[in-house]
Design a binder for this molecule. Structure first.
Ligand SMILES: Cc1ncc(COP(=O)(O)O)c(C=O)c1O
Length: 441
């Protein structure tokens, strides 16, 4: 290992996001390089990436097409103003993305993260109703245990208590559907759980309470990732779609995790067959290489904004780095890699092997549920009495010592490897996890 990558002397100044800062700084875990399926630590170990970074490096690490595209772009056009000016790659990318998206969602708005995509989608929904003369539709409906990033709109419609409780009253006029997690009826489901479609009917109760004329949109993750990988019960999304249509409510799918191959298609609609009005993406869009998000919008929602004098801005929203040239290059490189290597199809091909390997952990100590779809999976552990989250966190630390990167959220282990994982690496991941789980108190 070279001196240049040795551990910094001072870890104090950096306040780390969503991290147990004091624990980390006592026993730091540092990555200094990455290639394909493996990270390299600062003590020279190769760590198998079981989480695609943070659910984002879907094509794996340091992939040539993406690296070359970024290197070339930064030397050619590093930045172009995002407002009132353009550059070719942003249009090229939007067109390529529209081709991947469901046929009615042909317009793309660029952001820099999942959180910004969420705020953008919520604003589009509110603006759309107002333009259509239904300005009373201001209410937003999220779901318990939902994760929609860290900004105020996102935490308001989100439903993860620790992300909300510190931050005051949040957005006004938000309500929540119940979450769909039901271990009693659905434990150890393979693929979509059978029970729970009726939970979508709670939307009718919410409509009856507030009146449809006050509701702008429902936002859900088609598969709730950050809360611990909750698959939609069979029929659930379809029912949500039907109820939204009945009441003129927009349906927004937050596909920041499910987009770009995780479930075996470009978007969840490819596998679950339900098409929302707005799709939120980020992460896998650039395979995690450069921060970027994209919001896909139904054509008539976009078109509704395109009225009035032509010299006027139609949607007062955007970011300095919306459609940044280097991010566009990274995204085009990622799309090319996904296509050339058939990575979305690869997810589907590997899904059965992944499922069997994951469910082989069923009888290990403390395991109370296992769930999966595509190349995503979760192992839920019985919490240690009085110490919620401790058991899974211990599993994370032990796995790291055994050269495996896993992710934990409350007492759930979440797995989402790059889509280039091989069967041999799937075995490596689960053999390692077996010994981790056996060693837990
Ligand atoms: C469904 C969902 N929405 C939004 C976000 C926020 O994305 P970002 O961290 O890029 O802001 C995430 C991140 O995990 C996510 O899973």
């Amino acid at each position: 290992m070279s001196e240049a990558v040795s551990r910094p002397n001072n870890l104090d100044a950096f306040w780390m996001p969503y991290t147990a800062n004091r624990q980390f700084k006592q026993t730091p875990r540092m990555f200094v390089a990455a290639k394909d399926m493996y990270y390299t630590t600062d003590d020279g170990r190769q760590v198998l990436d079981g989480t695609a970074g943070l659910w984002c490096c879907n094509a794996g690490h340091a992939r040539p097409k993406i690296v070359e595209a970024v290197q070339k772009q930064v030397a050619e056009l590093d930045y172009a103003p995002a407002f009132q000016l353009g550059h070719p790659k942003v249009f090229e990318l939007a067109t390529a993305l529209a081709e991947l998206a469901p046929p009615t969602l042909n317009h793309v708005f660029f952001t820099n993260s999942g959180s910004e995509s969420v705020e953008t989608a919520l604003k589009m929904a509110l603006g759309y109703h107002r333009i259509k003369g239904e300005g009373s539709r201001t209410r937003l409906i999220g779901r318990e245990r939902g994760y929609h990033g860290s900004n105020f709109g996102g935490i308001s419609v989100g439903g993860i208590v620790s992300n909300r409780k510190m931050f005051g009253t949040l957005l006004a006029g938000v309500d929540h559907l119940p979450h769909t997690h039901d271990i009693e009826r659905n434990a150890f489901s393979r693929g979509l759980p059978l029970h729970g479609a009726e939970l979508a009917d709670e939307l009718e109760r919410i409509v009856a309470l507030h009146d449809a004329s006050t509701i702008a949109a429902v936002i859900v993750e088609p598969m709730a990732g950050s809360t611990g990988v909750l698959m939609p019960p069979v029929g659930y999304l379809k029912r949500l779609r039907t109820i939204c249509d009945k009441h003129g409510i927009l349906l927004i799918f937050d596909e920041v995790i499910t987009g770009f191959g995780r479930l075996g298609g470009a978007f969840s609609s490819d596998v679950f067959g339900v098409i929302p009005d707005i799709i939120i993406t980020a992460k896998g869009l650039t395979s995690g290489v450069i921060p970027m998000g994209a919001v896909f919008v139904r054509d008539d929602i976009h078109d509704a904004f395109m009225h009035g004098p032509e010299h006027l801005i139609e949607f007062f929203h955007g970011y300095t780095y919306s459609g940044n040239p280097i991010a566009c290059a990274a995204a085009l490189g990622a799309l090319e890699t996904y296509k050339e290597e058939g990575l979305f199809e690869r997810t589907t091909e590997l899904a059965d092997y992944w499922e069997d390997a994951l469910h082989s952990l069923k009888d290990l100590p403390h395991v109370i549920d296992i769930r999966n779809y595509g190349l995503i999976g979760a192992i839920e552990l019985e919490p240690i009495a009085g110490k919620p989250t401790q058991r899974a966190f211990n599993a994370f630390l032990k796995a790291f010592d055994k050269n495996l990167l896993i992710r934990t959220t409350s007492d759930i282990i979440a797995l989402s490897p790059p889509l280039i994982i091989t069967k041999q690496q799937i075995d490596e991941l689960f053999d390692g996890l077996k010994s981790v789980l056996r060693s837990l108190d």
